[in-house]
Unconditional design. Structure first.
Length: 241
């Protein structure tokens, strides 16, 4: 991420907050990769600040679990926990299924038009040359968050989004390695079709398959291509969901 781009139109409370917010977003966007060494001197030079705000920002990131200090080696971006990710998907499926049931009871034509508009934006984006995975990620989150907002359960969505350390990075890795974004859009169309048609059982099945698909699709990447991004875990039941 270019510093000018990352700081454009953003107001920070302090230099520490600037360093903290930018590094945190870069960790979530996988620009700073799991297991990557963070060099204090480089950050000082990059942000043109002294060591004090950099150390304070890194301390805050460590308190929140985004980085870890390895004695005599340095500060590293935290690895991903597959166990944590699976539990987050399980929780999201359970919660979002109930929220979508509630939304189906209040889904007026105006609310559905808002959702179709979000879907059209997704379609337009994937037809744009050189679009970035994080752009699709944010449109995807906007649509899923809509039914939480509409059913006055925005706090639940915020709580799910706060589980950023592992799940958000996994979702970003999912989008970074995805080669068929039309599949995701098609799943969204199926979900909305079931919702509009009142097919609650079909909607729940589509939602569950939609949220679990990335775990199934990425088995090779998790075990081989991006193995160094993940904590070592017992191979028995590793991909059971």
């Amino acid at each position: 991420m270019n510093e000018e781009d990352s700081m454009e139109d953003v107001t920070y409370k302090s230099r520490e907050d600037m360093v903290y917010q930018v590094l945190k977003q870069e960790i979530l966007d996988l620009e700073l990769k799991p297991g990557q060494l963070i060099k204090e001197n480089e950050i000082c030079e990059r942000f043109m600040v002294s060591r004090t705000p950099v150390r304070d920002a890194l301390r805050l990131l460590q308190e929140q679990g985004f980085v870890i200090t390895v004695p005599y080696r340095g500060i590293y971006v935290t690895l991903l926990s597959l166990s944590n990710i699976k539990q987050m998907i399980y929780m999201r499926v359970a919660v979002e299924t109930m929220v979508m049931r509630d939304f189906s009871k209040i889904a007026t034509p105006m609310l559905m038009e808002d959702i179709y508009y979000m879907l059209r934006r997704q379609k337009a984006l994937i037809q744009t040359k050189d679009f970035k995975p994080e752009q699709f990620y944010r449109l995807d989150a906007e649509m899923h968050g809509y039914w939480f907002e509409a059913t006055k359960k925005a706090k639940l969505w915020a709580l799910l989004q706060e589980q950023q350390l592992h799940y958000t990075r996994f979702r970003m890795l999912d989008f970074v390695t995805e080669t068929d974004f039309t599949r995701i859009v098609h799943e969204h169309e199926q979900l909305i079709g079931c919702l509009e048609g009142g097919d609650i059982s079909g909607m729940e099945m589509v939602l569950k398959d939609h949220l679990y698909f990335s775990m199934k699709r990425m088995r090779y990447q998790i075990d081989v291509e991006y193995r160094e991004y993940f904590e070592e875990e017992d191979p028995v039941g590793k991909f059971d969901i």
